[in-house]
Write a protein that binds this ligand. Sequence first.
Ligand code: SF4
Length: 393
Amino acid sequence: MSWRIQRDSDRRHLLPQSRPTDGKMGYSPGGKSCRLYGLEYMLESDAIMESVGTPTERDAAMAPDRKRRLILASPRGFCAGVERAIDIVNLALDTYGKPLYVRREIVHNVCVVSELRTRGVAFVEELEEVPEGSRIIFSAHGVSPEVRRAAAARRLKVIDATCPLVMKVHSEADRYAREGFTIILIGHADHDEVIGTIGEAPLAIKVLGRAEDVDRLSVPDPEKVAYLTQTTLSLDDTRQMISRLRARFPHIQGPPSDDICYATQNRQHAVKELARRVQLVLVVGSSNSSNSRRLVEVAVNAGVRAHLIGAADELRLSWFENAWCIGLTAGASVPERLVEEVIGRLRELGFPEPEHSGGIVEDVQFALPPDLVRDSRACSPPAFQELAPARAR
Ligand code: SF4
């Protein structure tokens, strides 16, 4: 029999004692201590404990000796589009100074945005909040042509941090629309990236969020249909939707190369591999990060428990009941520093140094906007030098 703390707030009242026990978890109701992962904890308050049962067969098979392990997925964390977007903001700040505006979150990560805000960047939702003639950066998720026109009308100095792989989807939408196709855009209608892509051809694009909705689609000419996808979707779900679309529209056309980007694909493959080897997968990422949420879904679909955490202090002790083999990964907008903080917290909970799983080595880099590079070279050589030469071409 094992136990868990019922109220998460109670974990703050636990003080670890460095006395190892038998490695099991136990608690004597009414007592003043409990055992968790081989460490004895003194209870400072009346923490409520409840039974959570015994390990499953899968858990027992995973690590019969119950030796704690922590395995890191690879690749994980920052992709080339996110790195480029954050570099653009930092370099623009060093080059032009304040005020510097960014429309929406530059990437979907709370910590990244908060650090940039601390440096003096002003984040806005809409262009009306930006004084005319100011400098503004468009986020990695891209914007619609209407937003570009509105920026020009306000004489804003625009720096575009849209990921080149998102721009590729915009160009495909524009091309298909000009050729008279109805475009089925597979994605989440409320995501900034999808909103921006719809703006390329609002009359020609229909958003498809669920496979069940394929049958309800109505198009003017079933012979003239094309599909595109958001860059951060689940590979498996998207494949299913495309095959249902093909069944409904046998002549449907698709993009020449996958719209789901290399970083999304690599991180999903890595988490699938990880899920084979662990009992619990932790994904570091913000709740509004599409690719991070997909990593949780991929792990759950592979048959393991998985949780999304924004930072180390969101770890819940109850997750580690009967889980001694843990996998850790991070979404494409997550700095490695946040992963290291989670590793530090897991170390406090008794997990050893992480093992690194092998994986694809990514060497994708996207060049920075040439105007920004030129201005930076002219007025801020030290800041510019810190960037890899290939990025600054
Ligand atoms: S997840 Fe893919 S599309 Fe999105 S910013 Fe990264 S590389 Fe670009």
